[in-house]
Design a protein around this ligand. Sequence first.
Ligand code: PRP
Length: 168
Amino acid sequence: MRILIPEEEVQRRVRSLARKISRDFAGKELLLVGILKGSFIFLADLARRMSIPVKVDFIRLASYGARTQSSGKVEITKDLETSVRGKDVLIVEDIIDTGVTLNYLFRRLRARRPRSLRTVALLDKRGRRKVPFQVDYVGFTIDNHFVVGYGLDCNEEYRNLSGIYAVK
Ligand code: PRP
């Protein structure tokens, strides 16, 4: 493994994302929706840097064939415990790759009529989209490396690393 984004750089970027998002939602309360499992560390750090009131909920999705077919199927395996109706909602994702996951979740949550629905992804593999999806707030745009650390895993290992590493 080689270091791709050191801890200090990740933390700097998370702070600046939190500042920008707090400014954009000034005077409002935001519901952060983390997609399990990868987003748990990013969400925890982002939430602590926000200067507006936030609430937190999690959703778990399973995807089948998303990496190999554009029709990759996604389903919700653990739903939110909160209603999003009429709320300002920010979907928090560790990484967007093919776009299948965020595209699916965005449409599912929009149908529940939140007041606003935005997305943040710490990492964006922009060149890999199979379905078009534009993330509102992006931490880093990266090339097509297999990445681990800061919530991201390889067979469930390495999620607890503080930096982001590319697996060779
Ligand atoms: C990863 C990541 C995103 C999704 C992005 O999750 O956390 O949710 O893949 O890929 P996509 O843009 O191609 O849909 P993963 O399925 O590895 O589950 P995990 O978060 O539980 O590790």
